[in-house]
Design a protein around this ligand. Sequence first.
Ligand code: NAD
Length: 287
Amino acid sequence: MSAQLIDGKARAAALRAEVAAGVAAFTAAHGRAPGLTVVLVGDDPASAVYVASKGKACREAGMVSGEYRLPADTAEADLLALIAQLNADPAVDGILVQMPLPRQIDSDRVIAAIDPAKDVDGLHPVNTGLLVSGRQGLVPCTPSGCLLLIREAMGDIAGAQAVVIGRSILVGKPMAALLTNASATVTLAHSRTRDLAAHVARADIVVAAVGIPNMVPGEWIKPGACVIDVGINRVALPDGKSRLVGDVDFEAARSRAGWITPVPGGVGPMTIACLLANTLAAAHARA
Ligand code: NAD
């Protein structure tokens, strides 16, 4: 048996088209397009690439894209002042501060300063609280995208056994909350979990969000399971080149799973599509 590949690129393209249609309708109804502003502090090259691709996706969907690039030695007070300005700007529906931030800035304080109604990353404590209590809020983009992929593959997941590996505030914890809200029975595993193999072996759904290449061997996977690989790891090849791999040993897992996401082309494209969907939702909620 070979797993069905989950085509994140195609699902993301469909979601982006849906968002673009929603943006056109919003713009016609309100006389302005939804706006997303991204703030980048410092010159981390990977962050710069993410910020540029977010801006491009935003414009392609018909939204207004704003961008602030601040120097690496920016004082926390100056960043907080910019956030206050964006909070007060009626043309800005979504504010995203690209992480990680330089050491002199307390990222928790920065996230807490963003108006929860504009927190399209879904990281503000108000939004994490709403998610855990199963109420409407802004949900972090990567786990949102994972849930869309799981639902497309499996349909109703009520009663399914799910194992989420990784407990970050960005991926693992909100993923566990989303799966719980969808009535799956959820185990949230992490670096201190004992006998991870036994947990994974009984999972109908496995979401790996760790950041260690191939840390989930294929033989752990329950036959027919849905495997969502969030990990993005660059590994060196003998010829001096490198390639991206996930947290799951893809080839081995593929021969057991029912569905599996490739890396790249699985979860990655869903993250930006969900960011656009969050921005449109934030614009509607504010209008
Ligand atoms: P993180 O470093 O904040 O969290 C990693 C988690 O893995 C921690 O909770 C830790 O407890 C757990 N962990 C570490 N070692 C473990 C082990 N041996 N066994 C079980 N659990 C272990 O990382 P993150 O921000 O959650 O990201 C995780 C991965 O997902 C990274 O590779 C990151 O690049 C990727 N990522 C991808 C996207 C995307 O759009 N595809 C978005 C965000 C993150």
